[in-house]
Design a protein around this ligand. Structure first.
Ligand code: EPZ
Length: 423
């Protein structure tokens, strides 16, 4: 396994381009199986999760071809509608195939996704939403066995759960509803930009969806969808991560080819810390300071503060001039990075779904272990700001969701290198 070695206290300056959004690409690739023919999708990031999804599509019988940031998916000869545990255990997001599979084949056999370090990952909303469309679903030997019998029927579906809306449950139900007979209304749908992106892709395939971007989607089912060409939005979480790399090192970093409108809550909180932010149509620049103010953050479904930037923001707040409180309302247990950040000399205590971060004067380089995608990015940010050398092991988590992560950081002046881990 590889590790990162980071020499801290380098001030980051310069600009990097945002890559295509991982959390758009995955449901869009899944949805592409609903149309026979070849869909062409642009702005595809080179990520482990994208490779995993393409392997699953090939297992189902699709032909997948990548070329210079574009992928062609020929789903003409898909002849399977099952997703074995071996695939699902490596990437929970493969659950985004459930709705498209049922829409195309009226049935599916899908391994239940396991939990993960950010907390339990139930799929009750996915199941409830699909059942409302007339799908008979039962759980057998750790598999979801779904059968839509004589076909899907439109319905009114309330999709809110204990933690609010669900991104991939919305994706699954919306996809299935595009090929259901009649009209479906999804109340309490997720409004994340990635769901809007998926909805726009489906409309290009011939789906009839109104209310895109709102918590209430109205879908008039159609008989068939056609393969299409589409360009994926930029990754707002990668954008926020690089902006924080500039801020935490007191540098000046611009992320180009991004979409500032997708980061309202994050930019609002970052500016509250006193960091100067300049935004244009498709770029954001942060001008770091020597110090910054503490802020209180509550993570919420979009347009609230994104849970996927919580760990990275926590790393930044470990050096604020005072006490910050982060309340995690989406994944209440998503604090595994707190213990690792304390190894740098941070002062973070946990109280249920709250993390109390007492700002410290400095962080000291440490040996730490990455645990999940966004927590790993938080450890790199801390390493960039720490005095001395930081060793981050198990960095394979990072390559699931960040394209050319260390190359982009190096281009900004970071001293970061990848080497074989000693254990
Ligand atoms: C998507 O996961 C993202 N993944 C996650 O990003 C992101 O953290 C999450 O949305 C929230 O924004 C992809 O898009 C591939 P949810 P998803 O269903 O859809 C509960 C990353 O780092 N819930 O919106 O699986 C759930 O437990 C990843 O890129 C139910 O209770 O998340 C959570 O508390 C990590 N029942 C809340 O809803 C369900 O049936 C939100 O989860 C489904 C979810």
């Amino acid at each position: 396994m590889d590790r990162f070695v980071v020499e801290g206290k380098k001030v980051l300056r310069g600009s990097v381009p945002a890559s295509g959004a991982k959390n758009s690409v995955l449901p869009i690739l899944a949805a592409s199986i609903m149309a026979e023919g070849t869909s062409v999708i642009h702005n595809i990031p080179e990520l482990q999760d994208v490779n995993t999804m393409s392997r699953i599509l090939e297992y189902l019988g699709a032909k997948v071809r990548f070329k210079n940031g574009t992928v062609e998916v020929d789903s003409q000869n898909i002849n399977r509608c099952d997703a074995p545990y071996e695939f699902v255990k490596t990437m929970r997001a493969s659950i985004a195939l459930l709705g498209p599979m049922i829409a195309r084949f009226s049935r599916a056999r899908f391994s239940l996704p396991g939990g993960c370090v950010i907390g339990p990952r139930p799929i009750d909303l996915h199941i409830r939403g699909l059942q409302k469309l007339g799908v008979d679903i039962r759980i057998e030997d750790g598999y979801v066995v779904a059968d839509a019998g004589r076909g899907l029927k439109g319905n009114y579906i309330f999709l809110g759960g204990a933690f609010g809306s669900s991104v991939l449950a919305t994706a699954n139900v919306m996809c299935a509803a595009t090929l259901a007979k009649g009209t479906t209304v999804i109340e309490f749908a997720a409004c994340e930009p990635e769901i809007t992106d998926l909805a726009n892709f489906l409309v290009k395939m011939g789906a009839k969806i109104a209310g895109i971007g709102s918590p209430c989607l109205t879908i008039n089912g159609v008989k068939k969808l056609k393969a299409t060409e589409y360009r994926v939005i930029p990754d707002r979480i990668e954008t926020g991560t690089f902006l924080l790399a500039g801020a935490i090192t007191g540098g000046c970093v611009t992320v180009e080819k991004c979409q500032p409108l997708h980061l309202g809550a994050f930019l609002d909180k970052l500016s509250e810390t006193g960091i100067e932010i300049i935004t244009g149509r498709n770029f954001i620049t942060v001008k770091g300071n020597k110090n910054w103010k503490p802020v209180d953050i509550v993570t919420l479904p979009y347009p609230g503060f994104p849970t996927d930037l919580q760990a990275q923001m926590m790393a930044f707040l470990t050096l604020a001039d005072g006490v910050s409180v982060i309340t995690e309302k989406v994944f209440p247990e998503r604090f595994i990075h707190a213990g690792e950040l304390n190894r740098f000399g941070a002062s973070i205590s946990l109280d249920g779904s709250k993390a109390i971060i007492k700002g410290v004067e400095k962080l000291l380089g440490a040996r730490v272990m990455a645990s999940d995608l966004r927590a790993s990015a938080a450890l790199v940010l801390a390493g960039l700001a720490a005095e001395g050398t930081t060793y981050i092991s198990r960095i394979y988590h990072l390559f699931r969701g960040y394209q050319k992560f260390e190359e982009k950081l190096k281009s900004l002046g970071a001293d970061i290198k990848r080497e074989k881990d000693i254990v």
